[in-house]
Design a protein around this ligand. Structure first.
Ligand code: SAH
Length: 370
């Protein structure tokens, strides 16, 4: 998965725009501005609950075309949260998508990327349309140490998984092999235990499952930052609570695609195991003075968006809309985002808070989650 998606020269994400009608899949922020606007309002609300600490950064993992961030920055500017208060940090491995994000977020000639000082942790920097600093990073561990609003939308599902299966002799790993007769790729079960089989599965009820160590490491890093420097995390993805077994699949031209056929030409994805992410986010062994972070959710996308006011936002947009086609598109986008048969219940929201927020959250729980 890692090679196919992010190999520097031929990785699926590395040199093309894969989103939207002409790409392979479409994501919620690309469907409607309402999505990013509501998330921004939620983040401003929760940042306010934390006492509006400044300076702070919004750190987005895997920003795609930068559409979600563009919608959010517009909302931040309406709340008069100025560029001097916060900076934008984007964690992106794809040089191509980094350019697309730059065009979207820093469109004016005058705001062209400036040279990155030697020894910096980031690989690119620029100034957004609304005056805030934007910096691009390769990895979450490179981000500056400050209060951070973390956002990961359809990021974790792109991280590599191991597939494990229970056979008579115990747990084995499903590997990918080359069939020498026809040169096709095929799944095989490892003869012996592989390192992934050392994953602790003593109380596991499933006979088959997927684990993503990289997702757990990144979640722990996010949790550590939230604990040590203050912050909030919002993770949105399709996923489950540790009960699904076989979700690895490919998408090409908006249709399911066999991941073993023409690797590199289709998106590869696996549902996010949110139970595992919650475990990683609250693991006491990470820190010496630990009191576990707090997690909220998961809740379904339809519940989150409805509770934070998507119906009201739709009404507002329709009230100021003079074009019949635009109005029709707004209504169909609302349905696509919230209908349980579409994205409404496949997508889940998970929030992370530091333990110091416990008392405040007992009184004022996070909107969207209750
Ligand atoms: N959040 C966007 C895009 C989702 S696609 C949206 O919802 O529209 C996944 C994104 O994560 C892409 O930007 C891809 O280039 C990036 N990505 C994938 N693997 C990554 C990794 N290991 N580190 C950083 N970014 C990664």
């Amino acid at each position: 998965m890692k090679e196919v998606l992010t190999n520097p020269t031929s990785g699926y994400y590395m040199n093309r725009d894969v989103f939207g009608q002409t790409g392979d899949f479409i994501t919620s922020p690309e469907i409607s501005q309402m999505f990013g606007e509501l998330i921004a309002v939620w983040l401003v609300n929760e940042w306010t609950k934390c006492g509006r600490p400044t300076p702070f950064q919004i750190a987005e993992l895997g920003p795609g075309r930068g559409t979600l961030m563009a919608d959010m920055l517009r909302v931040f500017s309406k709340f008069k949260i100025a560029g001097s208060d916060f900076s934008v940090s984007l964690v992106e491995v794809s040089p191509y998508l980094c350019q697309v994000q730059e065009k979207q977020l820093c469109p004016s000639q005058a705001q062209e990327a400036t040279e990155v000082p030697q020894g910096s942790q980031h690989y690119k920097q620029s100034i957004s349309l609304y005056g805030s600093q934007i910096r691009w990073y390769n990895h979450i561990s490179d981000l500056p140490r400050t209060f951070t609003l973390f956002l990961a939308h359809e990021f974790f599902d792109a991280l590599p998984i191991h597939k494990l299966v229970k056979v008579n002799q115990g747990w084995r790993e499903v590997l990918i092999d080359l069939n020498r007769e026809n040169l096709n790729l095929r799944y095989v079960i490892s003869r012996d235990r592989t390192p992934a089989c050392l994953y602790s599965l003593d109380s596991e009820k499933r006979e088959e499952l997927e684990v993503s160590p990289q997702s757990l490491v990144i979640t722990q890093m996010m949790a550590a930052r939230i604990h040590q420097d203050g912050g909030i995390g919002l993770v949105i993805d399709y996923g489950h609570e540790g009960d699904k077994t076989d979700t690895f699949r490919g998408f090409k031209n908006h249709k399911l695609h066999d991941p073993l056929v023409d690797p590199g030409t289709a998106d590869l994805t696996a549902d996010v195991d949110f139970a595992a992410l919650k475990w990683a986010a609250t693991q006491p062994r990470t820190f010496e003075d630990w009191e576990a972070n707090l997690t909220y959710g998961t809740v379904d996308q339809k519940d989150f968006l409805t509770r934070v006011g998507i119906n009201l936002r739709l009404e507002q947009l329709l009230a100021s809309c003079r074009n019949v086609n635009v109005a029709r598109n707004l209504k169909s986008a609302h349905k696509m985002l919230t209908d349980p048969m579409e994205m409404g219940s496949k997508f889940k929201f998970l929030a992370l808070y530091p333990s110091v927020m416990k008392k405040i959250l007992e009184r004022y729980p996070p909107p969207g989650f209750v």
